[in-house]
Design a binder for this molecule. Structure first.
Ligand code: CLF
Ligand code: SF4
Length: 533
C-alpha cells in the first residue's frame, strides 16, 4: 500500500520560519493518536515532554519511568538492552552489525552476543546494582522479531522473574504482524518500529533487500512489502493498546522532507511517539551509505524536519542512538561493568521491595523537578522592550549531570542539552555529543574547536563553572559562557539569562545576530565520564 505523493517543502524552505512550517502541518488530521493532548505548531508536543496532566492516567503509568518515552524520566531512570537477537530479515543501507566491538557507540554494535539464559542473569545482575533500571529492551544487534525464539524466551523468563521491569522491543516491522499475540502475551507494553518511508520508491533507496516468506525480494517490491507490514503491525499494536514509538533515520536527500508524511501516516495509525534521528554515516563503519559518501544531517537540518512535524505525532528528541547492549541512563554506557565474567563473580540479590523503595524516592525527585519547571515557566513574563522582536528565540546549550539543573563543569561535559528559549518558554530540543574538554585535570585545547562546532548554533552555554581559556575562545566564537546560574533549575536559568540578553539588546549594549549551523557528532561517547552522569 503506497501512500499518495505529497508536495513537500525543502529543508531550505523549512528554515524560512515557522509560518512556512505551519503551512506544511496545517492540514494534518487530528486522529487522536498518541496521548491526545494539544501540541500545536510552535508549541511543545506533549509526547516525550508530557507530564501527568497531558495524558490519561493509564498511559502516564506506562511512560513515567520509561526513559525513552518520557523526556523527564530520562534524567532519572535507566534502561538496559540485552543482545540476544543477532539475525536480521532485511538489509538497511545504514547498517553494519558488529558483535565484538566495545569502542563504537551506535545501534547494531555489541561486545558480546547473549543466550536468553545469559541475558536473564545479566538483567537480574544489573537490576540488583542499578535499582533505577526500570526498562529492559531488546534492540538487536539484529532485529528482535527476526529472532523470535530468543527474544520471547528472554521476555517470558523476565516477566516471571522480574515482574517490575517494563519490557520493550525494537523491530523493523517485517515480522511484526505475525508476533503481536506473543508481544501481548508477555506484557511487552512498548514497541518501537523503525519506519523510514511510506513510499516504496523512497524505500528502494534505503533497503536493498528483504527476506520474507522464504524468499528474497529486492528493489521497489521489497520496500512495498516492508511498508505494508509496518503499517499493518502498527495498526494491530494500536488496536491492542500497546504503546508504539516510531524511529525514523533522517537521510538528507533521500527521506528528509518525506518524514513529514511518515509522521502524518504513523499518527493516523495511533503511534504514541515519533523519534527522528540523524543518519550515522562514516566510511569506517563499513555501511553502504558510509562507503558511498551519503552524509548525515546537520543539527539545523535535523531540527527543521523535527519542527516541521510538530502538531503531528508527538516527537521524541532525546534519543541517544544506543548500542544494542547499552546499560544505564541514556547518554551513559555502563555495559563494561556487566560483562559475562564480571556477572559470574557478582552476588546477585534481586530485591523487588528495595527496588520499589528506591524508585519511589527517584519518583519524588522527578516530581520536584517537574514542579520546578512548571513554576519557572509560570514565572516567565512578557518583556515589552523597544527595539526587540517579541518573537525572538535563541538556542542555549546546557551542561548538566541530571536532576534538571545546570550542575556540570564545562570541562566535564560529554554532551550538552539544547534548549530553545523564547520570552515564555524553554523547550528541550535535543542534545549534542562532545569530546571531554578536561582531560585529567587540565584543559585539552585541541577539543575546543569540535565543542564549538557542536554548539555553534547556540547563543550561550550555561555551565556550573568554566575556566578562563575556554571562556575566551567561546566568547570569540560568539557563544556566551554563563556560570551565574550554577545549580539552578535549567528552565529558570535559561529564561533568566534570556531576559537579561533581551534587555542588553534593547539598551544597545549588544546586537542580536542569528547564529550559524552546528555539527552533529556521529555516534555517542562511550568512555568513562569525569563526573557521574
Ligand atoms: Fe531500548 Fe528503544 Fe526500548 Fe528505549 S532505546 S528498545 S525504546 S529501551 Fe531509546 Fe536508545 Fe533512542 Fe532507542 S535512546 S536508541 S529510543
Ligand atoms: Fe540493521 Fe536493524 Fe536494518 Fe536489520 S533492521 S539491517 S539490524 S538497522
Amino acid at each position: 500500500m503506497s501512500s499518495p505523493a505529497t508536495a513537500f517543502v525543502s529543508i531550505g524552505d523549512l528554515r524560512k520560519g515557522r509560518q512556512a512550517l505551519s503551512a506544511v502541518v496545517a492540514d494534518l488530521p487530528d486522529t487522536g493518536g498518541g496521548c491526545g493532548s494539544s501540541g500545536g505548531a510552535g508549541k511543545s508536543s506533549c509526547g516525550s515532554s508530557g507530564g501527568p496532566d497531558d495524558m490519561p492516567a493509564e498511559i502516564w503509568d506506562k511512560v513515567k519511568n520509561h526513559p525513552c518515552y518520557s523526556e523527564e524520566a530520562h534524567h532519572h531512570f535507566a534502561r538496559m538492552h540485552v543482545a540476544v537477537a543477532p539475525a536480521c530479515n532485511i538489509q538497511c543501507n545504514y547498517c553494519n552489525r558488529k558483535y565484538d566491538c566495545s569502542n563504537e557507540s551506535r545501534p547494531g554494535v555489541v561486545s558480546q552476543k547473549l543466550t536468553p539464559e545469559q541475558a536473564v542473569k545479566k538483567v537480574l545482575a544489573v537490576a540488583s546494582e542499578i535499582p533505577q533500571m526500570t526498562v529492559l529492551g531488546i534492540a538487536g544487534p539484529g532485529d528482535a522479531l527476526a529472532n523470535p525464539k530468543k527474544t520471547f524466551d528472554t521476555m517470558r523468563a523476565l516477566s516471571e522473574k522480574a515482574p517490575d521491569i517494563k519490557l520493550c522491543l525494537s523491530t523493523n516491522g517485517l515480522a511484526l504482524p505475525d508476533q503481536v499475540d506473543e508481544i501481548c502475551k508477555y506484557n511487552i507494553d512498548h514497541v518501537t518500529i523503525t519506519i523510514n518511508m511510506v513510499d516504496p520508491e523512497i524505500g528502494a533507496k534505503i533497503y536493498p533487500w528483504i527476506f520474507y516468506n522464504h524468499r528474497r525480494y529486492t528493489g521497489y517490491e521489497a520496500a512495498r512489502i516492508l511498508h505494508q507490514r509496518q503499517m499493518l503491525g502498527l495498526e494491530m499494536l494500536t488496536a491492542r493498546g500497546v504503546l508504539t514509538k516510531i524511529n525514523s533515520v533522517l537521510i538528507p536527500g533521500v527521506n528528509d522532507e518525506h518524514l513529514i508524511e511518515v509522521n502524518r501516516e504513523v499518527k493516523k495509525r495511533g503511534a504514541f511517539l515519533h523519534n527522528i534521528m540523524p543518519l550515522i554515516s562514516e566510511a569506517e563503519h563499513g555501511t553502504v551509505f558510509g562507503l558511498t559518501g551519503q552524509r548525515g544531517p546537520t543539527a539545523q537540518e535535523l531540527k527543521a524536519v523535527q519542527d516541521a512535524c510538530m502538531g503531528g505525532a508527538n516527537l521524541m528528541r532525546h534519543c541517544r542512538q544506543c548500542r544494542a547492549d547499552a546499560v544505564g541512563l541514556l547518554g551513559e554506557d555502563r555495559s563494561e561493568e556487566f560483562t559475562l565474567d564480571k556477572i559470574e563473580a557478582m552476588d546477585i540479590v534481586y530485591d523487588i521491595d528495595k527496588r520499589r523503595a528506591y524508585q519511589a524516592k527517584v519518583e519524588q525527585e522527578r516530581e520536584a523537578q517537574h514542579q520546578a519547571k512548571v513554576d519557572a515557566l509560570a514565572a516567565a513574563f512578557d518583556q515589552q522592550l523597544l527595539n526587540v522582536d517579541p518573537d525572538m528565540t535563541v538556542l542555549v546549550a546546557v551542561a548538566t549531570e541530571g536532576h534538571g539543573k545546570v550542575n556540570l563543569h564545562f570541562g566535564h561535559a560529554t554532551e550538552f542539552q539544547i534548549f530553545e528559549v523564547s520570552q515564555s518558554q524553554a523547550l528541550f530540543v535535543g542534545h549534542r555529543r562532545v569530546d571531554l574538554y578536561c582531560q585529567g585535570g587540565y584543559g585539552e585545547e585541541e577539543q575546543l574547536p569540535s565543542i564549538v562546532n557542536a554548539i555553534n548554533d547556540c547563543h550561550a552555554v550555561l555551565v556550573s563553572k568554566i575556566g578562563a581559556c575556554p571562556r575566551d575562545e567561546l566568547t570569540a566564537a560568539g557563544i556566551e559562557p554563563v556560570d551565574e546560574y550554577a545549580h539552578e533549575f535549567i528552565e529558570k536559568a535559561a529564561l533568566g539569562w534570556f531576559a537579561g540578553y533581551r534587555e542588553r539588546v534593547a539598551s544597545g549594549a549588544i546586537e542580536h545576530h542569528e547564529r550559524g549551523d552546528a555539527r552533529i557528532r556521529q555516534g555517542a561517547f562511550s568512555g568513562p565520564t569525569v563526573a557521574a552522569a
